[in-house]
Design a protein around this ligand. Structure first.
Ligand SMILES: Cc1ncc(COP(=O)(O)O)c(C=O)c1O
Length: 351
């Protein structure tokens, strides 16, 4: 009988992260502002040739390298950041090598590590859910091959200091250290400038969040040219579709869209913070486009109540340290009026 590799057979069955689309989707950290109108215009002008020919990733890599101020050799474009994670992990992590990460964090890290048969070394955050830097440092071993840190983190929305992140990078020269900056634009802090001094450092970005292009799929992996070269060797040459590559120039050019969206998200997360304070709920000050709040034992009932009001939010109770917590994406200013009203009603109903 045909059998998959042991590490795959041992994994939990696949579950789509999309539970429903009936309502306002505040459960997946997507952009509620859509995308730049300039991207839409470019999409409408696509020619048959844009679709029928294989895509040229290198053109996009030059654009992104120029935008980020790094060399094209330091940039690999991927099918969303998920693929960047997959390629990076597969480059450095073999069976029984150690993947080190703090929890709670992005669920793809353990999932991809498990698929490769790596040893998952999980470090639990304390009650504040902040990055447990000292504990992470103490778990670095000669077998540590990849360290993954989402900064700011998902699902907490918290950011660690550059000094702490650099300590991790410097303490593990034999490991690939990924700083996953999926939510960079909402936070503004980056380790990009540190790439030149640290050949084991990688910085990941995505167009899924602040640029509103989650459906088009575009991720960015940057690192030392020599290391990116290894990762590129086993990437499929046509992994990034021609539609998103055609739109990339407009997406990067319309920084006014990104700035405006980020400003609105920052206002929206303040409104959420204020509402949670008034309701006496514990929440974590977010540097992202979502907020994590502790509703308590009624978290599931709260999520259901919100859904009946047409708003989908994520029960994060299963994430380590997040028992009773709910994660919700920040909506547009217009959506936020209804969202705040629904939160108050759902809390009153389920308390
Ligand atoms: C921390 C983090 N990294 C990566 C991703 C994946 O992004 P992409 O849509 O580019 O695959 C997400 C998506 O939610 C995320 O939260």
């Amino acid at each position: 009988m045909l059998k998959p590799r042991e590490s795959i057979a041992g994994m939990s069955p696949y579950l789509s992260p999309i539970v429903s689309r009936a309502g306002l989707s505040l459960d997946l950290n997507e952009s509620m502002a859509g995308c730049s109108p300039r991207v839409l215009e470019r999409l409408r002008s696509l020619s048959a040739e844009d679709i029928s020919l294989y895509p040229k990733r290198e053109v996009g890599e030059r654009l992104v390298a120029n935008f980020l101020g790094v060399l094209p050799e330091q940039v690999l474009l991927t099918d969303g950041m998920d693929e960047a994670l997959s390629l990076l992990f597969a480059t450095y992590l073999g069976e029984n090598d150690e993947l080190l990460f703090a929890e709670p964090t992005f669920v793809m890290y353990p999932m991809l590590g498990e698929a490769l048969g790596a040893q998952l070394v999980r470090v639990r955050s304390g009650e504040d859910l902040a990055l447990p830097t000292a504990d992470l440092l103490s778990r670095i071993s000669p077998r540590t091959r990849v360290i993954a840190v989402a900064n700011p983190n998902n699902p907490t929305g918290l950011a660690a200091s550059r000094a702490d992140l650099l300590k991790i990078v410097e303490s593990a020269p034999g490991a690939a250290v990924l700083i996953d900056e999926a939510y960079f634009e909402f936070c503004g802090e980056t380790l990009l400038a540190d790439l030149t001094r640290h050949p084991n450092l990688f910085v990941g970005r995505t167009f899924s969040k602040a640029y509103g292009l989650a459906g088009l799929r575009l991720g960015v992996l940057t690192g030392a040219a020599e290391q990116i070269d290894y990762i590129r060797r086993h990437s499929a040459p046509f992994n990034v579709n021609s539609v998103v590559l055609t739109c990339l120039e407009e997406a990067l050019a319309d920084q006014a869209f990104v700035r405006n969206h980020v400003a609105q998200v920052k206002q929206g997360r303040e409104r959420l913070a204020q509402a949670f304070t008034e309701l006496g709920l514990r929440f974590w000050p977010s540097r992202t486009n979502f907020v994590l709040v502790r509703v308590g034992t009624t978290a599931k009932a709260f999520v259901d109540s919100m859904q009946r009001r047409g708003i989908l939010v994520r029960d994060s109770s299963a994430s380590p340290g997040c028992e009773g917590c709910v994660r919700m994406t920040v909506g547009t200013p217009e959506q936020m009026d209804g969202v705040l009203k629904a939160i108050r009603e759902a809390i009153a109903e389920t308390r």
